[in-house]
Each structure stands twice: as structure tokens, then as C-alpha cells.
Write a new protein. Structure first.
Lengths: 201, 102
């Protein structure tokens, strides 16, 4: 019985750590997996995990919004863009496809030019250095070891709506204008080709 | 009960993984995906730090909502631009996007 109580008490932490591992592995795969479509689906997995993290942190409305906006809209938009752009091999390993890569001899079995390998190593060093720097700074400042109750209390929808329409009313309206501008801009940019081509040629 | 430091470490690590992916990829669509992951990491940190102050929890979540709105706008415009370049040049490698180079 005692063990069961401990297990129930440790459940949120266990869920959080599991979600974190899933998110990090999925995010890693987004950068590494060969096919861009698979990367998009790994991105969906990471977004869903982040929604779970939001709900565990007590931000239930934000978790639902995350699923709606990211999984429901942004990920679908990425998949549509991949589908419409119709490049069969939108992968990060274009060796053998680009004209200059055909003539170049393969380097040490990786099939990538040495400048590219150096660039990847540099990217890894930058990311590692960033994480190390921030974590070290947080460690020195004292990581906030505050235990918060997981996903308890009343739903946050009502206070969020109240804040959005009182304190943050002007930013809210500006955000809607930004979204409208992005909508119109995306349509104009993406649809320019037909008219431009018809007029140009 | 959840230790908030877990959430903060997760946010920092997710940001670093997204940064690594965005820097190492040569595909423009993949770079945009990794930028979305980095914005997600920022949202996690916003929510986690907002939980430190019980009175400010709502403000942090409102900021996260604004970040989501800007991320959606950025993804829409960015994907439209990438789509247009891919249509005109036939490649999605950002090294080949040299339209402004003259």
C-alpha cells in the first residue's frame, strides 16, 4: 500500500520525464532523419509531447491550444508545403543529385564534402555551448527547486480570457492584425507564380 | 508534484536540440521546422517560469499564446517564400538561395 502511494505520488514526475525524453528524441530526429516527410511527423510527435508538458505544468488551455495550432494547423501546413513543392528528395543528403556533387569524390565514406562535415561539427559545438552556458548560469543562480502541483486547480481558461481582454487587449488586437497580414502575405507570395509567369513569358 | 527545474532543463535542452538542427540542416523546410521547435522550447520556459510566481502564471501563459500566434504567422510566410523559391529554382538547399547576392 505504501509503495502504491509512493508510485501515485511520483506519477506526474515519471510522466514528465517520459514526455521530456520523447520530446527530445523526436526533436533530435527532426534534424537527423533522412526524409523530410518523416521529419514533419517527428515534429508532430514533439509538438504533442509539449502539449502534454503544458498540461502537466497546469496550463491546460495552452495544452489544448498547442494541439490545435501546432499539430492541427502548422504541421498540416508543413506537410502541404512538402507535398506541393513536389521535390522527391527534399533530404539533407543531396550527394549525387546536384551536378557539382556528382563530380566530387566521396569523402571518407560519408559522401559529404569536408566543409559540410566541419559545418555540422560547428553547429553541434554552438548548440552544446549554448546549452552548457545557460544551464551553468542557471546553476550558479540557483535552479528554482520548487515543486508545483501538477495539473491541479481550476481550469485556466477563464482567467486567461479575462487577462486577454483587459490587461492585454492592445497586444491581442495587434496579434490579430499580424495574423491577418501574414495570411494575406502568404497568399500573395505563394500565388505569385502563375500570374508572374503568364505576364513574364 | 513536479519539480520546476525539470521543466526548465527540458526547455533549455529542447532549444539546444532545435538550434543544432536548424544550424546543421541544409534544407530550408527543415530549418523552419527546427525554428518551430525552438519556439516551443521558449513556450515551455515561459510557462515554467510563470509558475514560480503564483500571481503571474496567467501573464506567462498569455505571452505563450502570443508566441504561438507569431509562430503561426512566421511559418505561413516562411513556407510561402520557400515554396516560391523551390518553384522557381528547383532546389530547397539554403546554400543555393543566393537571390540577393547579385
Amino acid at each position: 500500500m505504501n509503495f502504491l502511494d509512493d508510485l501515485v505520488r511520483a506519477m506526474p514526475t515519471l510522466g514528465f520525464v517520459t514526455l521530456g525524453v520523447v520530446i527530445l528524441v523526436a526533436a533530435w530526429m527532426v534534424g537527423r532523419v533522412r526524409r523530410i516527410t518523416h521529419a514533419a511527423f517527428f515534429m508532430v510527435l514533439a509538438f504533442t509531447g509539449v502539449a502534454g508538458v503544458f498540461i502537466l505544468l497546469g496550463a491546460d488551455f495552452l495544452g489544448v491550444t498547442q494541439v490545435l495550432v501546432y499539430v492541427g494547423a502548422i504541421a498540416v501546413m508543413f506537410l502541404f508545403a512538402i507535398m506541393v513543392s513536389d521535390l522527391k528528395e527534399l533530404s539533407d543528403h543531396p550527394a549525387g543529385r546536384l551536378p557539382e556533387a556528382v563530380g566530387a569524390p566521396p569523402v571518407s565514406g560519408t559522401g559529404q564534402p569536408p566543409a559540410r562535415v566541419a559545418w555540422v561539427v560547428l553547429a553541434g559545438m554552438v548548440a552544446l555551448g549554448f546549452a552548457g552556458l545557460v544551464l551553468a548560469a542557471l546553476w550558479r543562480a540557483g535552479l528554482p527547486v520548487v515543486a508545483v502541483p501538477a495539473a491541479s486547480g481550476p481550469p485556466t481558461t477563464a482567467p486567461l480570457g479575462e487577462a486577454l481582454f483587459t490587461t492585454f487587449l492592445v497586444p491581442f488586437e495587434v496579434a490579430s492584425v499580424v495574423l491577418l497580414a501574414a495570411l494575406v502575405g502568404a497568399v500573395v507570395i505563394a500565388a505569385r507564380e502563375e500570374s508572374g509567369k503568364g505576364a513574364g513569358s | 508534484m513536479i519539480d520546476l527545474s525539470y521543466a526548465i532543463v527540458l526547455g533549455v535542452l529542447l532549444f539546444a536540440v532545435g538550434l543544432y538542427g536548424a544550424l546543421r540542416s541544409s534544407n530550408a523546410v527543415r530549418v523552419l521546422m527546427c525554428i518551430e521547435l525552438m519556439l516551443n522550447a521558449v513556450n515551455i520556459l515561459l510557462v515554467a517560469f510563470a509558475r514560480l510566481n503564483p500571481a503571474g502564471a496567467v501573464a506567462g501563459q498569455v505571452f505563450a499564446i502570443f508566441v504561438m500566434a507569431v509562430a503561426a504567422a512566421e511559418a505561413a510566410v516562411g513556407l510561402a517564400i520557400v515554396l516560391q523559391i523551390v518553384r522557381q529554382r528547383g532546389v530547397a538547399e539554403i546554400d543555393k538561395f543566393t537571390l540577393l547576392k547579385g
